[in-house]
Design a binder for this molecule. Sequence first.
Ligand SMILES: Cc1cc2nc3c(=O)[nH]c(=O)nc-3n(C[C@H](O)[C@H](O)[C@H](O)COP(=O)(O)OP(=O)(O)OC[C@H]3O[C@@H](n4cnc5c(N)ncnc54)[C@H](O)[C@@H]3O)c2cc1C
Length: 393
Amino acid sequence: MAHHLSHLTPTPVRASGSHRGGQVAADRALDGFDVTGYATTRSTVEPIERRGASGLSPWIRHGLLPLRRVWAHVEGGPTRDVERFRDELLWQEYARHLYARLGVRTRRSLRADPPAGGDEQWSAEEREMACVGAELTALERDGWITNQSRLWLASQWSVRGRRAWQAGEDLMFRSLLDGSRAANRLGWQWTSGAGSARPHVWTRDQVEQRAPGRCAGCARRDDCPVEAAPTTGHPDGSVDPGLERLLRHDDVPHLTAGPRVVERSGDGPPDTVWLTAESLGDGDPALAAHPGLPAVFVFDEPLLGRLRLSGTRLVFLAECLADLATRRPVEVHLGEPIRVLAERRVAVTAAPVPGHRRHRSRLGDAVVELHPWPWLVTPHDGSVRSFSAWRRR
Ligand SMILES: Cc1cc2nc3c(=O)[nH]c(=O)nc-3n(C[C@H](O)[C@H](O)[C@H](O)COP(=O)(O)OP(=O)(O)OC[C@H]3O[C@@H](n4cnc5c(N)ncnc54)[C@H](O)[C@@H]3O)c2cc1C
């Protein structure tokens, strides 16, 4: 991996300390997850053995654990825990719907424009704070941190640090194994106040409660920068009318959702299943429909050159492919998907993200079978302005 991909990443090419890629690892993690106690312990950061969070997000993100399967897994658990957990799965689905509808426009603030300026890196003083520094270290080493820690980091960056949320979002996106523009942008919009009713504010109390003992070892324990809440109002600004309209109504919900049944074109059957990072599991609909065909994955060199994902994320993807290759033929390429696939007859699952739609339209007739995306809930044409508005509908 280092030999082939190190020119595409700013960080060492090495495996995560916490998560392995692949269906086998995903299945094992899901089998081992018991939802009991989730509602109470979801936000625990330390001690690690008391964390209630499932840690399933990297496999969910890359389609190895479809939301419907995870939803079904917790059936029969304690009602309060099951409801809370399924609520989080719905947040994931909401983020996907929002992104499928808005695409790159999710980089614009959806409700208000928080003040932005300053450096686009974490400062040495911030790294000195145990709450921030230890989470950044874990993020860089493992590519995974809890939701609570993400809130601390995003709020420190944007609300206390008054830096552009988009720059912080980029940094976190690159490091997370589960980094998706859908959920990461939603998390940052929500935390910074750009897309929510008010910014998320955190203080030392939360650190003491969620990670007891952390502050005792902190170099800044006697002059803690997050001892008190910052004075912040809701940021000013309004959303442009075009975006506002799109948030409230989708004129083309069938395009947002993608096909509902398999769409076939051309004369003959496919000769290749094209896999993308959105859907790397054995259950990928196109893959499952063609057990005898080779699966082709392309590390998109121009795209990765721009994204600068962590080496750990790249290894995670490669682990998924290596695991799949123990069960069926897999070809892995480095280059441009269009060049690798243009002369083939491709079956693929319609991932609801703008980059995938772009590639599909450039491939044109080469795509002879388009399989539906396995939504948990089919996207509707009503409001996605907030989670509750989306959910009501
Ligand atoms: C600033 C910020 C950035 C985030 N970036 C991402 C990201 O890039 N990718 C990502 O998948 N999640 C992101 N989240 C959401 C959430 O933090 C992670 O999904 C969760 O921490 C993953 O850990 P888990 O699997 O143990 O979650 P659990 O608590 O066990 O939840 C189960 C699943 O529900 C989904 N989920 C849980 N919380 C959320 C949420 N708030 N929003 C959307 N889905 C959720 C995830 O798929 C998760 O795996 C972000 C949150 C914040 C505040």
